[in-house]
Each structure stands twice: as C-alpha cells, then as structure tokens.
Design a protein around this ligand. Sequence first.
Ligand code: ZN
Length: 489
Amino acid sequence: MQQNLVLYNTITRKKEEFKPIHEGYAGMYVCGPTVYGDPHLGHARPSITFDILFRYLQHIGLKVRYVRNITDVGHLENDADSGEDKIAKKARLEQIEPMEVVQYYTDRYHSYMKDLNVLPPSIEPRASGHIIEQIEMIKKILENGFAYESNGSIYFDVPKYSKSYDYGKLSGRVLDDLLSNTRVLDGQQEKHHPADFALWKKAEPQHIMRWPSPWSDGFPGWHLECSAMSTKYLGEEFDIHGGGMDLLFPHHECEIAQSQAANKKEAVHYWVHNNLITINGQKMGKSLGNFITLEEFFTGNHELLDKSYSPMTIRFFILQAQYRGTLDFSNEALQSSEKGLQRLMTAYSAISKIKPDNTAETNTSGLAEKCYKAMNDDLNTPMVISVLFETAKLINEANNGKQRLSETNIAEITKLFETFAFEIMGLKNEEKQNDDKGKTDELIDMILNVRMDVKANKDYATADKIRDELQKMGVVVKDKKDGFEWEIQ
Ligand code: ZN
C-alpha cells in the first residue's frame, strides 16, 4: 500500500509531503544525548518521537539509515563558547577519566532506551571519534572564507556568512537581535562579532580533552560534530534532521551555516523538531528540583512521584500527544496513561476469546485506513490511539454479546493492533511479559525439584544431565546443602 507521509518542516514552517532524495531510501540524523548524566524524561521524548518516525518510514517500505550521535566532547556548560566541558567537569568532580563518564552514561542511556523499546539507530557515532573529519570541515570553511583564526581558536564568521546566506532562517532570529541579546562571555574578546561561534577552541593548560590541529592543541565546538558526522554518514545532502525544539538555536542554526559554508549546499531537506515536556506546567531544570530521571520513574523514587511508572506507561504517555504539541507531566496524567494502556492490552488479549459470527455485518476494514491517515498526517499518534480505543470497545462489546464480529473482523482487528500498537508505536504488553517470566521461573524450579528427587535416588548421571542441559540454555545451577539456587546468565 502506497503511503504518503506528510511532515511539518520546521524550516519552511509548513507541512510537506515527504519525498526522499533517493527512491526507496531515507537518511535521517538526530542529535543524541550529551552523556554526562542519567537519562531523564527530557531524553525520552525525542528518542521516542524519532523511533516512531524510524519505524514508520521502514513500515511504508523505505530502507532507512538512522544516525544518532553521542556527544562526548565539546558541549560546554552554557551551550556557548565558554565554560567547562560538561563531561570534563563531571570527570573532575568524580575523579575519573572523561571517557569513563562517557562509557558509563552511554551504557545507562542504551539500557533505558531498551526499556522504552526504542530501537537502536543504524549508526551511533561519537564526536571524539570524528576529530579528523571535524578538522577537515573547519579547513573547508576557512578556505571558503567563512571562518577566521583568533589566538589559536577558529570562529565562524556569522556577519560574513549573513551577507550571502540567511543565518536565522530556521529559528527565525535576526542577526541584529542576536547582537543586542548576546551576553558577553569569556573568550568573547577573541571573536570579531558576538554572534560568531567556535569551530575549534584552543585548550587551556588544565583542559584534559584535547587533540592536535593545525591551529592549536584543542577541541571542536559542539555544533560542528553533527555537521561533520551527518556529512560523513549521510552525505552532503540528506533527508531528515531531527531533535528537540531546544536545539533549534543555536545548535541547528549553526549546523545549517557550517554545512552550507563547507559544502556549499543546503544539507537538510526536512527539519523535524519535537516539543518539550513540562512538569506540572514548569520547564524541567536541575535548579527547579523537578528533574526526574527515567530510573526514578521506573522505581518511583522521587518526591514528585506518587508511585513508580513502567517504561511502557512513559512511552504511551508521550505518544498520547502529537510530537509537536506540548506535553505536561503530572501524576494524574501518567496514571490515566497507565489505565489507558492497560485497557488496550486487556482488549488485545481478549481478541482470542471472541466467538466469531460470520453472519456479522460489522465493518472493520476502515480502521487501518484511519490509522494510516493519522500517521501520514505528521505522525498523529494520539489519533491512532483513539482508533485503537474505539477498537478495544468493539472487542469488549463482542465479548459481552453486544456486538457480532466475523472471522474477517477478528483478523482485521488483530492485524490492526499488531501493526499500529506493536510494530509502529512500539508498545509492548508488559503484563504478559511479567506473566511469561513468572511461568519460566516456575518451570525451572519444577525441573530442579525433579532433579532433587533424581539425586535422592542416587541417579547422578541424570541429575548431571539436567544440570548440563540447563546450563546450555543459560541457566546456571548451584547446588546448596539443602536445595539449589539458579540464575539466568
Ligand atoms: Zn546535533
């Protein structure tokens, strides 16, 4: 089935039909996390939003190369050109190597993304692994005359660029306003203009993360990594660039300028931005004390939380809003998501209990069409969810004898759930998973109890065989004085 996906393009400020550059293929780049702290609710929304887009593009038949980076160097504290590197600061406070910080939080990020059923990207490049590409890109920008050296650092020349191109076209900011609104920061005296931004920073003597370059021992500016890595893996022009709305300025605006200045091409065809999550109507922030990590959500261990919330509840809560809409966290909102998700999963499990009645004249063929229409309209997941609720009602009515469904109806609604709830929206039936795990545990206990009996009968060969076979399946058994212990490895 041909599906015409329409996406809101932030740069043209309108909905446009998605037409990939190469037929049958889509290249997508999304700004990933700066790995210096535990993943929180703010990380969940972009990762889930672009997971949906990744899944849907594949579902409609495209081969997708999805690149999501890991920022492990160059992201300075105030997102400008001064202050300490966020990762180096954490490393200093913890007295460990910066790359230990990076590894630890990258692993944590991956583990929480897996909990949220976010698919891993096709490529996950790290900024520190692409210093050469970044230096090469700076050389091109210098050659093309859009950057200058100042005291061993290289800055992008925004006023010069603005003479030929529209700096501010993504964020809608005007250079004159930038001039008056820019705070005077450290190292500002090196810049010719306050709106200029660093491509390469000369490292202070105490700065740990540093690399040699033609200009100084130093490190790349934060914005540069995404331009360099997207060019490397997706080409000078590619289909989709995504990220949170908080990255519109300066990060993405600077990326546009860098790629244009280096490659003399507009790199991105569709800019897609998710809106942010507020907590009880307030912006999230460490200083506001409302910064809730995913671990805290999953354990309920935070003073703002009434209880713990499962990963699928968080995922469902995020999908209940269209990605460009605002989304406000509250315990009430999450609890209603939890109930809603439960209702859908219970209905899905109840499909198999429906007694088909082939004389039924209920029409269910339009449901999938409604879901496709919603997905094609800029990923309208709340609309898809409302169709699933409508279907859940139908299932319940059929089970209560208030509605008749034919075998075709049942096949169609089963497919509807499998396609939209599980494949495209990436939901999982957590209750069933817990049930399955409980059953596995019981089975292993039962087998090991039989083995105890076998041992009591001095049939050691059979007892060993059971132990070895379990071991092959990853179940490691330890014999104890009066019983056994086991764990799955
Ligand atoms: Zn980026």
